[in-house]
Design a binder for this molecule. Structure first.
Ligand SMILES: NC(=O)c1ccc[n+]([C@@H]2O[C@H](COP(=O)([O-])OP(=O)(O)OC[C@H]3O[C@@H](n4cnc5c(N)ncnc54)[C@H](O)[C@@H]3O)[C@@H](O)[C@H]2O)c1
Length: 370
């Protein structure tokens, strides 16, 4: 459940931090002594200026309250992943499909392919599923929330029909229950999908979630759940689909949804286990790319930055200050929209990227460049 008090804490935290300098007694600069025994005696040195104080010559906080202000986590921020009933649904995006007569590479087409998208009932998974459908694939939406996945499957088919009136071929979009963290559930779900689709060529693993607790107070059971969905869920689906492809002696593509959090540490919200989980996803993609290259199975990772899904929108609507802080750290100055992943997932799923495997494609407005 959303905890309003937690969100208020987040807002408070985004408004400002307790200045570190306020927590300590300021030392007159002349009485400063460097805490390394190897330092030369500084008694005869002239007083240092502000710039000196901004180096390791200064004590923490000595150069002012702003010191490290945008590079800290704040332990007061706690955001729990909402309960199922509080999760907002997502709709297929409009105006992204339909016949067109603009020239583009045929290798981007997914005609004749069948794809699985985990976490496909909503959010980024749903919009990426829509990209695959628009590009010609049949899609199986896999989610713990089967009811929502069924609604989304219908939504994708209806959007396709609206945008392609008179099309004689309507894609097959199905919905399936799975808890991606359970090996039994994954195997049962794949068998169920194969009954309907006959074969699978592509996998996109988007089931995953984040929560915010400082590392020391992170409830252990929640941390295990986070890792089991984000990491085990990605791994279990990748091996199930790779086994199927190898049995068919067919090439295929796996796209794992990581996060920029696998490469940087987000601030100010503390989320060490999520960051580590997404780093694991990224390196899993590289490792499996090497292991399965001989079989023609490509494995890549997409690492999104801050994307404005229905869920992040709900959090930020309550926390405009947090939004300001996030966008201030993004070089392009904007959060991404879910549909900004449509091209990336189509590229990595299609023959347009035949020689791309083991790569991490960051879709983050250059966040990780700074
Ligand atoms: N939204 C962002 O800003 C952002 C940024 C970077 C990475 N990501 C990653 O993208 C992925 C999708 O995120 P989102 O924002 O669309 O989230 P979301 O919460 O909107 O959607 C996630 C979907 O996964 C499903 N799911 C959760 N646990 C599951 C389980 N055990 N088994 C099967 N399905 C399960 C949920 O029911 C939901 O439909 C996640 O891996 C997330 O970490 C999101």
């Amino acid at each position: 459940m959303f905890k309003p008090q937690l969100l208020r804490q987040a807002a408070r935290a985004a408004r400002g931090h307790t200045p570190r300098a306020a927590l300590r007694t300021r030392q007159p600069i002349v009485s400063y002594s460097r805490p390394f025994s190897s330092s030369p005696c500084r008694l005869d040195e002239p007083p240092r200026d502000d710039i000196d104080a901004a180096t390791t010559a200064g004590e923490p906080g000595e150069s002012g309250d702003h010191e490290g202000q945008y590079a800290r986590t704040d332990n007061t921020i706690q955001v729990e992943y909402p309960e199922e009933k509080d999760l907002p649904p997502s709709q297929p995006v409009q105006g992204r499909g339909g016949f067109h007569f603009k020239r583009t590479l045929a290798s981007f087409s997914l005609e004749g392919k069948s794809a699985i998208v985990t976490g496909g009932a909503r959010g980024l998974g749903l919009v990426m599923a829509q990209a695959l459908v628009t590009s010609g694939a049949d899609v199986a939406l896999v989610d713990m929330n089967k009811e929502e996945a069924e609604k989304s499957a219908k939504g994708l088919i209806n959007t396709f029909k609206d945008e392609n009136p008179g099309s004689d071929k309507v894609p097959k979009v199905t919905a399936h229950y799975c808890d991606v963290s359970s090996p039994t559930s994954v195997d049962e779900c794949l068998a169920d999908i194969l009954k309907e689709h006959g074969k699978i060529d592509n996998l996109v693993t988007s089931a995953g979630f984040t929560e915010n607790f400082d590392a020391i107070s992170y409830p252990h059971d929640r941390m295990q759940k986070l890792w089991s969905v984000n990491v085990d869920g990605t791994y279990l689906w990748a091996i199930a689909v790779a086994k199927h492809l190898m049995e068919r002696k067919a090439p295929g593509s796996v796209v794992m949804i990581g996060s920029m959090s696998g490469a940087i540490v987000n601030v100010p919200q503390p989320q060490a286990p999520y960051n580590a989980a997404k780093a694991a996803v990224r390196h899993l993609a590289s490792s499996l790319a090497v292991e399965w290259a001989h079989a023609g199975i490509r494995v890549n990772c997409i690492s999104p930055g801050y994307m404005l899904t229905a869920l992040t929108k709900k959090i930020l609507d309550d926390n405009p200050d947090l939004q300001k802080q996030w966008t201030s750290l993004i070089p392009v100055g904007k959060m991404g929209r879910p549909e900004d992943l449509m091209g990336a997932v189509t590229f990595l799923s299609s023959d347009a990227s035949l020689y791309v495997t083991g790569a991490d494609l960051r879709v983050d407005g250059a966040y990780t460049c700074t």
